[in-house]
Design a protein around this ligand. Sequence first.
Ligand code: Q9C
Ligand code: ZN
Length: 361
Amino acid sequence: MLVVHSPLCLLHDPPTEILSGKPVPYKESPDRLVRVRNALSNDPQRKYELTAVDDGLDILPDILRVHSEDYVFYLRRAYSDWVEEGGDKQGVLPESFPHPKLPPYKLDPAKMSAIARAGYYCFDLSCPITEDTFEAIMASARVAVRAAQLLVDGTQSTAAPHGIFALTRPPGHHAGTGVCGGYCYLNNAAIAVRCLQDAVPSAAAKPRVAILDIDYHHGNGSQEIFYSDDSVFYVSLHAEGDYPYFTGSSVEEGEGSGVKCNLNLPLPQHTTGNEQYLATLDLAGKAISDYSPDYLVVSLGVDTYKDDPICCFNLTTPCYSRIGARIRELGLPTLFLFEGGYCMEVLGENVKGVLDGFIGS
Ligand code: Q9C
Ligand code: ZN
């Protein structure tokens, strides 16, 4: 299996975040990527072929299929504007957000101070923007774009279902059209979806894509981006009532022509283990088959693991290859993108478990 990665993804390295009111070391660390890369490259059967992405790829047009221009411009300028305004050199951190209960002024982010703008384009405190953040998030999106292109190429040359892993980091599924949050800045999965849909001759019908989001957290950003789009089916298994707290209910089923193209399958915190998870994954698989997509994009988080430091499902390591095998049974060309997972000791093993299960060995 091809694995696409970029060393530039390691550059984003904020020192701290606030968890339950306490400053702690930033959980979404560069070491996560290193752990997964090592687990794959040390595979005794050498099943994984690691390829570094070409830095020359201009992916701005691909990003603008998903994110608003003003948001991407903000991400690019945020750090320098912030430092110029006297903000801490460690990075941009918002302190106030345009809450829905504040008066509905017409807001113009272009006229705001850097610190106000930071709140306008962010929904929580887990996305500091350091000096190197923009370079890393662009590299992560580039990994997603390159992997999508390689999947399309591979699908055209062989008949068998095909899989590619994009080692994206920072992750993406919490990032919306114009907002960052939950360690996510650019929605790598959404950008990849648009690449898959674009890579066909203009005469052909637009490919239909299903996103299977198996990160522990609800992918509010992916849901928002495709909420009224019937060419993309989004299905998520996630913890009910946990972060990001305000999205992910089963009543959120899409709107307009996208009605019934959004499926949330919330699971209970604390009690969800392997068997309940796999039974729910089967429901997701059935819904994906009913939609009959041309491609499958998997938002692959392994923060469902029993000892994950910020999550509370009870999945064990052997469950991950069973998840991968279930995904293979869907028989679709599949693009896996890395999302969450914070238990460093088993992070590589668990991600590799899913991919091993998909390959079938
Ligand atoms: N008490 C991803 O897994 N902080 N993002 C949660 C929980 C933010 C998770 C605090 C978690 C973001 C991609
Ligand atoms: Zn997560």
